[in-house]
Design a protein around this ligand. Structure first.
Ligand code: BGP
Length: 467
């Protein structure tokens, strides 16, 4: 059993969670710059302004902005073949609606990409990873507004042209399918710069936002090909199986319906048209959307080249009279301290299901274990993380070798400790590299290799043979 020779081993990050330098180089404010810190019991608070009495962890991140040389050197030491990062949209277009980009922002990413390429590390770039200029949220109502398509397209063209010789692999919107969960304000805010209002038809708005993003993504795919035909543009989804809670046929159907809500997004991105189960739903719920014929043509012309996805956990669905299904925790699986069920087999299952559905190359661009790490005498023993990753890699290996799934690469979350997206803590650590900072960004900022660093280095150098 072995991985393909050119398999892209690496690690992943997101600009807003690790860069810091939130006001440097004429960067504009991002929607994540107004999200306060939270923790496992307290959700992050969102406001339209920075409030004096709140702490905003994304302002500092881990200060990669100033440490990028040191950090990329460590990635190279681990043997990374690729590094997944995102471009901060407000670094390039500080407000979002300008006609000209911010040169300082563009230069910063030139330096980062050059540093990666110096070590033969291929940058894998997301255009919008849980962020966009705050100004677009305030002035235009975020992705509620059709004009956002134009702004995003302009931003994408700027990046494709500027980095055409440095970046081959791109993704448009990170975990776009989180939008479906409208109960948690985090999703529409980070995904679309939208805070739902009490008097609006939230479901209709959610589908409208999604439609505008599908069109924007499809246009970006087309522009990328025009600029450099060898560029590969993927979508990025949050995947994980939702199992039926029993063999009762009603629960089986509940599992299918629950998965439809995730697949809706990849169906449009990959096939280029709306699935019938969604069209029927719109009819039933009298959902009226602004969709033009030109939009539908764009969707067809801009289907993605590959499917990037994150995998952390699985859940189960049980039949519910009112909602079709409800999602519940699987009693058979162990969980992390944040309640995320650990299910390596689920990765093989989802790889099989998605590959069979679309027959497109798949890229696991996030997978990892958030834990409280302890630094003792300069050592971090994170065996729990190694165990998690080992078991998942071994299931990915089976999917490739036994099931014939085409997997392009694997970039665990995260390459280095960074601020957690959902809770805003630094204490929820995922990295191979420990960063000596606490939740208030106090500490030396020094980088330490965790035990998992040495382990992953061996995994990469043996191309997945030594786990
Ligand atoms: C994914 C996001 C990442 C990341 C990860 C872990 O949903 O794409 O940005 O943060 O989950 O989640 P968290 O940081 O909330 O633990």
């Amino acid at each position: 059993m072995s991985f393909p020779k050119n398999f892209l081993w690496g690690g992943a990050t997101a600009a807003n969670q690790y860069e810091g330098g939130y006001q440097e180089g004429h960067k504009g404010l991002s929607v994540t710059d107004v999200m306060s810190a939270g923790d496992v019991d307290h959700p992050r608070e969102i406001s339209y302004e920075i409030l004096d009495d709140k702490y905003y962890p994304n302002h500092y991140g881990i200060d990669f902005y100033h440490h990028y040389k040191e950090d990329i050197k460590l990635f190279a030491e681990m043997g990374f073949k690729c590094f997944r990062l995102s471009i901060s949209w407000p670094r390039i277009y500080p407000q979002g609606d300008e006609l000209e980009p911010n040169e300082e922002g563009l230069e910063y990413y030139d330096h980062v990409f050059d540093e990666c390429l110096k070590y033969g590390i291929e940058p894998i770039v997301t255009l919008s990873h849980f962020e966009m200029p705050l100004y677009l949220a305030k002035k235009y109502g975020g992705w509620r507004n059709r004009q956002l398509i134009t702004f995003f397209e302009r931003y994408a063209i700027t990046c494709f042209k500027r980095y055409s010789k440095k970046v081959k692999y791109w993704m448009t919107f990170n975990e776009i399918n989180n939008l479906i969960d409208t109960d948690n304000p985090f999703n529409a805010w980070t995904g679309a710069g939208v805070l739902y209002e009490d008097n609006e038809n939230i479901e209709q708005t959610m589908y409208q936002i999604s439609h505008y993003q599908f069109v924007a993504s499809a246009r970006a795919v087309q522009r990328a090909k025009e600029i450099n035909a060898s560029m590969q543009v993927g979508c990025m989804l949050h995947f994980g199986p939702i199992y039926p809670s029993s063999c009762n046929p009603q629960d089986i159907l509940a599992g299918i319906k629950a998965m439809d809500k995730r697949y809706f997004f990849s169906d449009v991105h990959v096939r280029g048209y709306y699935p019938t189960y969604t069209l029927k739903k719109w009819e039933r719920s009298n959902i009226q959307l602004d969709i033009t014929d030109e939009d539908l043509k764009d969707l067809k012309r801009g289907t993605v080249d590959y499917i990037g996805f994150s995998y952390y956990k699985s859940t189960i669905a049980e039949y519910d009279k009112i909602h079709d299904f409800i999602e519940v925790q699987n009693p058979l699986l162990k969980k992390s301290d944040w309640g995320w069920a650990i299910d390596p087999t689920g990765l093989r299952i989802i790889l099989n299901e998605v590959y069979e559905r679309y027959q497109k190359p798949m890229f696991i661009v996030e997978n990892g274990f958030g834990a409280y790490d302890k630094l003792e005498n300069g050592i971090i023993n994170d065996d729990y993380r190694t165990d998690y990753l080992r078991n998942h890699i071994s299931e990915m290996k089976k999917a490739i070798e036994l099931d014939g799934v085409e997997v392009m690469g694997y970039t665990p979350w995260s390459a280095i400790d960074i601020v957690s997206a959902s809770t805003g803590e630094l204490a929820k650590r995922y990295g191979f590299i420990y960063v000596d900072l606490d939740d208030q960004a106090k500490g030396s900022g020094r980088r330490y290799r965790k035990a998992s660093f040495e382990w992953y280095k061996r995994v990469i150098s043996s191309n997945g043979e030594i786990l």
